[in-house]
Design a protein around this ligand. Structure first.
Ligand code: ADP
Length: 448
């Protein structure tokens, strides 16, 4: 059977069975407790009746019905739950009342009960509905006990009703409370189980998502690796032809080949970005932390971008500090970070100024790359460091890119214990700030 169908059936079964078991168990317990409670009342009634039978033995031997009636009244007054007490003796045509508190009528079920008591010489109890103190009818144990003489002959019978209505009421209210507790427990357990299965579902979803991510990473890694080699070969062949290795090239052909070369460069960048993303996601990215002279790196990049910026009428400057500034980081990654930021500043500006400057110089050194370019809205700014995010509007339509650069450099910066932030105003310009842990110039300058 399909694993997930099995899981669904299992979840439903547990969701139904556990609450039903709790309810069933409580009801079973309640009925057991009720039975015990009833037996306990029956024994109490039998005991009370038998004790009374012993105490009236002499009245029968001495034939004193008036004294016996007095005793019955006394016991009824002392024990409210004892009612309808009478002493019965055998007569020629069955049974007759020897003494009772009030008028006492013998019923047919009493006669049968008395016959048993006479033959067995043992108390016999039956459950009946009897008159209660407030005049209504309530449950009672009716007991008939033998009055025995010294030779164990039955002189007569004492019959009485032991009212259980009051005790029953208290017992029922306790039972009602435990039923409420049971219902609340069943609801609570059902909710807990439901959430438990929901969480199992989430965990399963997370596992599947991880598998999909892994497959995507594997694909990215293989695809970008496989693309890299043929692209360098294509670029190599194009360069050979344009440089005239195979003879003179007509200017028109050269023009076409240069376009092909620049498009190959773009593809190369994309493949490199994808490779980096895949490495970062697999945790394979390494940063080698050591003292780095950031001033030197930025100077080099600014110089490199000078001609490209000039073509767009953009002046690019680095307001460097008098002393070289050193940070702890990976020189290769730091170069990638500032190349990306300066490249973007030039790419997303039509004209104007790109300025790199030192914004803060304390425990962390903050370098800012400011431009007077197209800028972006607050909403766009929030999503800027997400993978594959690119601002889409008429100004960015013609500008090529992957939307991966900022995400990649953010991962590098964070791995080096730094931070990247952005300020931007749509139509006015942007400023990216990169903070990295500061360090002093080492006595021995490391190789960069
Ligand atoms: P790419 O430039 O390859 O699209 P990035 O991750 O470097 O990818 O940048 C993501 C997006 O952020 C860009 O597509 C662009 O819309 C916006 N962006 C980045 N730098 C700037 C900038 N200096 N000025 C305006 N927009 C920028």
């Amino acid at each position: 059977m399909n694993k997930s169908i099995f899981q669904i059936i299992y979840s439903f079964a547990v969701l139904l069975i556990v609450p039903i078991l709790i309810a069933f168990n409580t009801l079973l317990l309640a009925s057991g407790v009720r039975d015990n409670h009833d037996k306990e009342l029956q024994s109490r009634a039998e005991l009370a009746n038998s004790v009374f039978a012993l105490s009236v033995q002499d009245f029968l031997v001495n034939d004193q019905p008036a004294e016996a009636a007095q005793k019955i009244s006394a016991i009824s007054a002392a024990q409210a739950e004892l009612q309808d007490t009478a002493i019965i003796v055998k007569s020629d045509d069955g049974y007759e009342v020897f003494a009772s508190e009030e008028e006492f009528e013998l019923s047919s079920s009493d006669l049968l009960q008395f016959d048993i008591v006479f033959t067995r010489k043992w108390p016999v109890a039956k459950s009946v509905l009897a008159r209660t103190a407030d005049g209504s009818r309530g449950r009672a144990w009716n007991v008939a006990s033998p009055i025995l003489d010294s030779e164990q002959r039955v002189l007569g019978i004492v019959t009485s009703n032991y009212l259980t209505a009051d005790i029953d009421e208290k017992f029922d209210s306790t039972l009602d409370r435990s039923m409420i507790v049971m219902v609340v427990s069943v609801i609570a357990v059902s909710i807990l189980l439901f959430n438990h299965f929901k969480f199992i579902g989430y965990a399963d979803l997370l596992r599947k998502q991880k598998e999909v991510n892994q497959t995507m990473n594997d694909f990215l890694s293989v695809a970008s690796h496989e693309l890299k080699a043929p692209m360098s070969i294509i670029k190599g062949y194009i360069s050979n032809v344009t440089e005239g290795t195979f003879g003179e090239v007509l200017p028109k052909v050269k023009e076409q080949l240069e376009v092909a070369e620049s498009q190959t460069d773009r593809l190369n960048e994309l493949v490199q970005d994808l490779l980096n993303v895949s490495r970062i996601q697999q945790g394979k990215i390494k940063v080698e932390i050591k003292p780095v002279n950031v001033t030197e790196i930025i100077n080099m990049i600014v110089k490199q971008y000078g001609p490209q910026a000039k073509e767009k009428n953009i002046s690019i400057t680095f307001e460097e500090s008098k002393t070289p500034l050193w940070v702890m980081g990976d020189p290769g990654r730091i170069q990638e970070i500032f190349t990306n930021l300066i490249d973007n500043a030039v790419k997303y500006s039509v004209r104007g100024q790109v300025t790199v400057y030192v914004k803060q110089n304390s425990k962390h050194r903050t370098f800012a790359v400011r431009d007077t370019g197209i800028g972006m809205s607050a909403h766009e700014r929030e999503r800027l460091f997400q993978r594959f995010y690119r601002v889409k509007n008429s100004k960015t339509k013609e500008i090529s890119g992957t939307g991966l650069g900022l995400w990649i450099i953010k991962q590098y910066i964070e791995k080096m214990g730094g931070k990247i932030t952005v300020d931007s105003l749509e139509g006015t310009g942007s400023e990216f700030q990169v903070s990295l842990p500061a360090t002093e110039q080492p006595s021995e300058v490391p190789k960069q």
